[in-house]
Design a protein around this ligand. Sequence first.
Ligand code: ADP
Length: 398
Amino acid sequence: MKVLVINCGSSSLKYQLVNPESGEVFAKGLCERIGIEGSKLEYEVVAKDFEKKLEVPMPTHKEALELVISHLTDKEIGVIASVNEVDAIGHRVVHGGEEFAKSVLLNEEVLKAIEANNDLAPLHNPANLMGIRTCMELMPGKKNVGVFDTAFHQTMPAEAFMYALPYEDYKELKVRKYGFHGTSHLFVSETMREIMGNPAHSKIIVCHLGNGASISAVKDGKSIDTSMGLTPLQGLMMGTRCGDIDPAAVLFVKNKRNLTDEEMDARMNKKSGILGLFGKSSDCRDLEMAATAGDERAVLAEKVFIYKIKSYIGAYAAAMGGVDAICFTGGIGENSANVREKTLEGLEFLGVELDKEINSVRKKGNVKLSTENSKVLVYKIPTNEELVIARDTYKLAK
Ligand code: ADP
């Protein structure tokens, strides 16, 4: 079985050809700057350590996908003889609203229902839908499956997902917390549960820390709360997103600075977070280097970043009545020993004891970072959203 996993952004297309049973990745890559000058394709054959990059015009996602297919089926550098070998196609869809609590086989009716959520994710959902329609056009007859970023969090109870706005804003406008990064929180918490021996009861906190960052409370395998909200702007401080602020600050800054709605939106989504406080970069590596060198704003940005994560860990331990395991994932969570150590500093009262030596050594795969005496397990677990998409696709399409 071979599943093609597609993650379409407004100007990008990420792809992986995966065996959903073994997890083997045959080929993967990325098309960037679609519809913009300087479009680029990256193509990698994992088993052969073969990598190719080329710049070639891709006016639309159709040309991008054609290029991906021609590489996958190329006589010399391809991994399949023809698209007949692709058994099904799995798509990442960002917003499933309240309709989709699970992955779903895609047809015209389902696409319309996804389209109805476009308002809730105007940057992401239309791009995801375009990817789906392009695949249906270029590879007719294949089963396509939609896997939603929001689905895993649909188990949140009302007290976690409701905002205390007038009730009609929920009923009529669907304004509530949805949560994102669901496939990652699912993958990491399930991996953690397996490591724990699949106990009937478990209280797991997953810290997904990348450019986008979110944290979730997973009780007995179900998400009961998560930090992102109606959109991926709520919650932790991120690379360029502000995360939680007083909602009144939005109107205050907008009015004082005479900004349009779009400018204010961009200020919060693209100019805030690490970039906003540090001022020089949104990248955590740059931040850490500058903080080590004594840059005051870098030190401040790092402190705020860590404080937010720590506060959520405290909140979620309280929400679950304790915590058995804390997992770190995402580019920062998997790679930054500094962020992990500083986040867990002072959490000894919860029963957390980090093995600082193991934490500071770079090791691939799932790594236990807590000491033998620690009451709370601490793990680094590399996320694998594509594998979740491939597995769900396989289950629904076979
Ligand atoms: P995205 O949300 O775009 O998928 P990633 O999960 O790839 O983001 O994470 C990107 C972040 O990971 C960047 O801020 C980058 O600086 C950080 N990162 C990657 N490697 C390291 C490292 N060795 N130390 C600290 N941060 C790292």
